[in-house]
Design a protein around this ligand. Structure first.
Ligand SMILES: *Cc1c(COP(=O)(O)O)cnc(C)c1O
Length: 389
């Protein structure tokens, strides 16, 4: 299939699919073999070489979705992220990382790099100038995340790609929050794209996987590290992920719509102090988000008024589940301070504007009226309890 000319839902549904020549089944056959012939074959296949039939099929779909030449699938988002970083960095190198990263990536940087003789700097903000300021003579990689977790800040993709080219650096992005439906960083000149496929690609909160996409040349470098680190994904899960991605376009569209409506509702509520959503005109980076995203995504964050206790609010929600993760078809909320950013010091969190009262909201595909009603009844309960009778 020539995916260049096809619509995104056609790519989601069909790109890379394996033909069932024998039985003409409607879906890709699943090949669970971990052992393949080595004689009289064109390709020596083995799961940890990332080249089983199902791995190759899924990677064609992933590359097509991100407008890239090649892709690899891993056992988790962190397996993909750590493999990509270690593939392009060596002792003596330096990396510039955006502040307010996914908690696990932040933890990887502060606990692992030093052991390998790699130095790193976090930026003070999200502007291109903030990144340029941190570049040193031995800098090799610039690492960004946009929209970021949990404050949904937006980083300029064109600007970062140009900065990386000017200094001969490799630009990497964690594109998990946007998903390939809302943002394709390759089109803006970013070199390496990372995803936690555990989130929007899986989409049903039942798959853990990770993705790297890039040029064929860069993926050849990634491959050399990947076969050593061994973070491959079981073919059964690969096959399930292929199935999940077929509906990613329509799921994410529904989540975008719900997030926009929810952000608008929360912004108008007298019980809410702040809303962070790049689709709101009041978001400081609205224009930048509009210029580089096809949709504003299904994630938002907000703070309730200080007299409404967040943990008590969580307890009174009936439909929306407090949950560690995100991006499933069910709506979930979490407190970054207690979960995703718990490994970060209170001081660092404060510096980055992550308040204890911040609530991160992952919109699902339920009807928006039901979600708003759940929020309203939970707030009403918390308020009624706070008032002495
Ligand atoms: C979840 C997540 C990761 C890590 O992915 P795992 O699949 O949990 O290893 C990385 N980046 C972002 C933005 C995430 O949300």
């Amino acid at each position: 299939m020539n995916s260049d000319k096809k619509g995104v839902n056609t790519v989601c549904t069909h790109a890379g699919e394996l033909e069932d020549k024998e039985y003409k089944g409607a879906v890709s056959p699943l090949y669970m073999s971990t052992s393949y012939a080595f004689e009289d074959v064109g390709v020596k296949r083995y799961p940890r070489y990332f080249n089983t039939p199902n791995q190759e099929a899924l990677c064609k779909k992933l590359a097509a979705l991100e407008h890239a030449e090649a892709a690899m699938i891993f056992g988790s988002g962190m397996a993909a992220i750590s493999t990509a970083l270690m593939a392009f960095l060596q002792a003596g190198d330096h990396i510039v990382l955006q502040q307010t990263l996914y908690g696990g990536t932040y933890n990887f940087a502060v606990t692992q790099f030093e052991k390998y003789g790699i130095s790193y700097s976090f930026t003070d903000g999200w502007t291109v100038a903030d990144f340029e300021k941190e570049i040193q003579p031995n800098t090799k990689v610039i690492y960004i995340e946009t929209p970021s977790n949990p404050l949904l800040t937006i980083t300029d993709l064109n600007g970062i790609a140009a900065l990386a080219k000017k200094h001969g650096l490799i630009s990497m992005i964690d594109n998990t929050f946007a998903s390939p439906i809302n943002q394709n960083p390759i089109d803006f000149g970013i070199d390496v794209i990372l995803h936690s496929a555990t989130k929007y690609m899986g989409g049903h909160s039942d798959i853990c996987a990770g993705v790297i996409v890039s040029s064929q040349e860069y993926m050849d470098t990634v491959f050399q590290s990947a076969i050593c680190f061994g973070g491959s994904l079981s073919d059964y899960t690969v096959w399930l992920l292929e199935r999940s991605i077929k509906t990613m376009g329509i799921r994410v569209q529904a989540q975008n719509d719900n997030a926009m409506k929810m952000a608008t509702y929360l912004e108008g509520s007298s019980d809410v102090e702040n809303v962070y959503y790049p689709g709101l005109h009041t978001h400081p980076d609205y224009n930048l988000a509009k210029s580089q995203m096809k949709g504003f995504g299904g994630m938002l964050s907000f703070e309730l008024n200080s007299d409404i206790d967040a943990s008590s609010f969580f307890k009174h929600l009936k439909l929306i589940k407090p949950s560690m993760s995100l991006a499933g078809i069910e709506s979930t909320v979490l407190s970054p301070t207690k979960t995703s950013h718990a490994l970060m010091s209170a001081e660092d969190r404060q510096k980055q504007g992550i308040k204890d009262s911040l609530i991160r909201f992952s919109l699902g595909i339920e009807e928006i009226e039901d979600l708003v009603q759940d929020i309203e009844q939970a707030i009403a309960k918390v308020k009624s309890m706070a008032v002495p009778v």
